[in-house]
Write a protein that binds this ligand. Sequence first.
Ligand code: FAD
Ligand code: NAD
Length: 464
Amino acid sequence: MITCDLAVIGAGPGGYVASIRAAQLGLRVVCIEKESALGGTCLRIGCIPSKALLESSEHFHRTQTDLARHGVLVQGVALDLAAMMKRKTQVVAALTQGVAGLFKKNKIERLQGAARIAGKDGERWQVAVGDEQVSAKWVLIATGSEPAALPGIVLDGDLIGTSTEALSYPSVPKHLVVIGAGVIGLELGSVWRRLGAKVTVLEYADRILPSLDRDVSEAAKKVFVKQGIEFRLGVRVTAATASAGLGHVAFEANGTRQELSCDRVLVAVGRTPHTAGLGLVEAGVELDTRGRIVTRDHFATTATGIFAIGDVIAGPMLAHKAEDEGMACAERLATGYGHVDYTTIAAVVYTDPEIATVGASQEDLIARGIAFKVGSFPFMANGRARAMGSTDGFVKILADAASDRVLGAAIVGPHASELIAEVATAMAFGASSEDIARTCHAHPTLSEAVREAALAVDGRAIHA
Ligand code: FAD
Ligand code: NAD
């Protein structure tokens, strides 16, 4: 029997960050992870390997298509996919081992195995991990999510697979069919398109990335189409099967049944919370209609002493959201204070161009009846973007019509993932668009486009 203050189940960005923060604050922490490597979906089969492949595939693609116009002539460009995959594996290994090092440094006890909440002994929860038993004052569930299933589709872990398989295809597919034009479909579709696959994306909604504003989604789609990705929008996929070494995807479009054959299918239609086998019903932990753990006051579940964070609860399924919840939950347990500002959590699609948003979208504000002003500025008019040769896209800032407080922003363009942090920070400080507009930005930088969009809120952009 191991006795501790906090038993954390799952060592993804939610669970491992909560463990470290709780240990920093003096709690005795045991973190239980079923996989041999720490880091969860994000480090092992999500954010990190996908970004490693996005980076490598972009080098390959740009070397082939972009260098000549910079006056750099390269001959005999060839792909060594095995080397690209090896590098990805090394990046993942370095980071997962880094988390193991942080656990040691912070004296967090690590148990490997699938955890199940086995019941209560007085005020303490008992968590079973194989033959081992952990007795904890508090339990934190951070078990994350797994790919959502689609009726009619049987994943075979090979021709018909999820992001996990698409991060490790042994060769470049001739034709990859992606189901879902969401974040995973576009990121991994981009990777394989850049490496030479024909990529067809089938999407149920009438636009890609349907949760974003239409102008954002359409600007991005225009560039993806130029890159050779094919989209079939407004179609409902009904089945995917594998036979004779090919994948066959059936879908309904304009009331007719159609079929595509390909050599790989990537199913990317969302993710569902991972709650099976945890003993939640017996412990009194309620789930909502979408299978997420219900949390009320600051990550508390319906069972006293059990908390939950990250992909397994409501909210965007993002690593940094899980991390922030992990820190806030640990701080509340140890000190009584801890907070997540959900209005400033940015979301990024790491394609080319990158797409980054924070706060409210324009369509949100219209639906909520909030009066707003909008300022927009194209990268085409930004000196640095011109020098880089990356002029697709724009910055859009939304500000409250009466107070001028920044309510949200969307950026489509180069390094949007980094640029959005300025707007998120400004929002965290309750800034107005005027505050951003009056801040001197270095020249020539992409961040000047953010300032110009802020100036445009008041109709006074200089370069457009
Ligand atoms: P997870 O990271 O899923 O970790 C949960 C852990 O719990 C896992 O390690 C699991 O093995 C373990 N576990 C589950 N059940 C048990 C049990 N019973 N006992 C013990 N251990 C258990 N987000 C971003 O913000 N940026 C990105 O660029 C990004 N890219 C992504 C790319 C892909 C391909 C995918 C699939 C996801 C991506 N995400 C990205 C989403 C991100 O990975 C998740 O939001 C994040 O990992 C959630 O963190 P978490 O700690 O809640 O859960
Ligand atoms: P998603 O929710 O982003 O996109 C799923 C898409 O599939 C939607 O556009 C939906 O309309 C479509 N779809 C659903 N059913 C369909 C059907 N029958 N036929 C055709 N299309 C259908 O989900 P995802 O791309 O699988 O990503 C899962 C989660 O992982 C997301 O919540 C995301 O936040 C997270 N993630 C984040 C990043 C990032 O932050 N860069 C990267 C990858 C994944």
